[in-house]
Design a protein around this ligand. Structure first.
Ligand code: 5GP
Ligand code: MG
Length: 179
């Protein structure tokens, strides 16, 4: 497959679109089966999950809602440095069935932060759907019910994921080529 260059790095296709969509089909079928009758609210975490969210939602056949949140990173004044704030939750989450839609879970810290924040809004239940999981990097104890694909620790781009803002538009997933 055609290698691509983004800034200083070379990438090669590692997961073609057809393989991605096969797994998105499977995850959507699981959600349709598990969450029927619960009117789930899908909360898509921008920017990285926009493409996954679009393909997933096209396959969700049960009544549901979808909304978008963003994690704003800013330099905190505490010793921990970076603080991530969740912005864009305009819905009342009380008693709702929530499905967080993420592009990738790496260490799991971002997901943990999201769960903490959403948990304060009294939802009935929170489920996690992620396009990608790097199991060897996971440091946090998370119950991730819906995983489209498990991948090794290498850096990837495409299908919504970026390298320095670039590469989100590719329909396939690319892995960095070691040089
Ligand atoms: P975590 O908090 O789980 O360690 O990190 C999750 C975030 O790290 C993702 O939302 C994504 O922004 C970034 N990330 C982790 N691995 C990759 C990768 O291989 N490629 C890209 N583009 N982003 C990644
Ligand atoms: Mg993400």
């Amino acid at each position: 497959m055609n290698p691509i260059r983004i800034k200083d790095k070379q990438f090669a296709v590692s997961i073609p679109e057809a393989d991605i969509l096969k797994e998105v089909d499977r995850v959507a079928a699981e959600i349709n089966r598990d969450l029927a009758g619960k009117n789930p609210l899908f909360l898509s975490v921008l920017n990285g999950s926009f493409m996954f969210t679009a393909d997933l939602m096209k396959r969700i056949a049960i009544p549901c809602e979808v909304s978008f949140v963003k994690l704003a990173s800013y330099q905190g004044v505490t010793s921990t440095g970076k603080v991530k704030e969740v912005i864009g939750i305009n819905e009342d989450l009380t008693d709702r069935t929530i499905v967080i839609v993420e592009d990738i879970v790496d260490t799991g810290q971002t997901m943990q932060r999201l769960l903490e924040t959403l948990g304060t809004r009294r939802p009935r239940e929170i489920h996690i759907a992620t396009l990608l999981l790097k199991p060897d990097k996971l440091k946090v104890d998370l119950d991730i019910e819906y995983v489209a694909m498990r991948i090794p620790n290498d850096f990837i781009v495409g299908y919504g994921l970026d390298y320095d803002g670039l590469g989100r538009n590719y329909k396939d997933i690319y892995t960095v080529v070691n040089d």
